[in-house]
Design a protein around this ligand. Sequence first.
Ligand SMILES: [Zn+2]
Length: 93
Amino acid sequence: MLIMISCRQASELMSQQLDRKLSLGEKLRMHAHLLICKSCPRTLQQFEILREAGKHYAEHREATQEKELTLSDASRQRILSKLQDRQSEKPEE
Ligand SMILES: [Zn+2]
């Protein structure tokens, strides 16, 4: 059976959710609380925004780092000139 948790515990779970996977029981308790609570869904929304922002930032950083790691100046030049070639050709599709 579900154990009701306090707003404080719910928001703790919401913040922990950003760092780790919650167990099924934790998730159930959090969602059960969100159903009966008027203020926590708003808190959750803020956490979601935070998480999305963090994810985008991490993805962006990863993409940039990857490019820097895998593309040497020579291959960058090669890709650039290929792109320019393609632009001067007729579209293939
Ligand atoms: Zn609450």
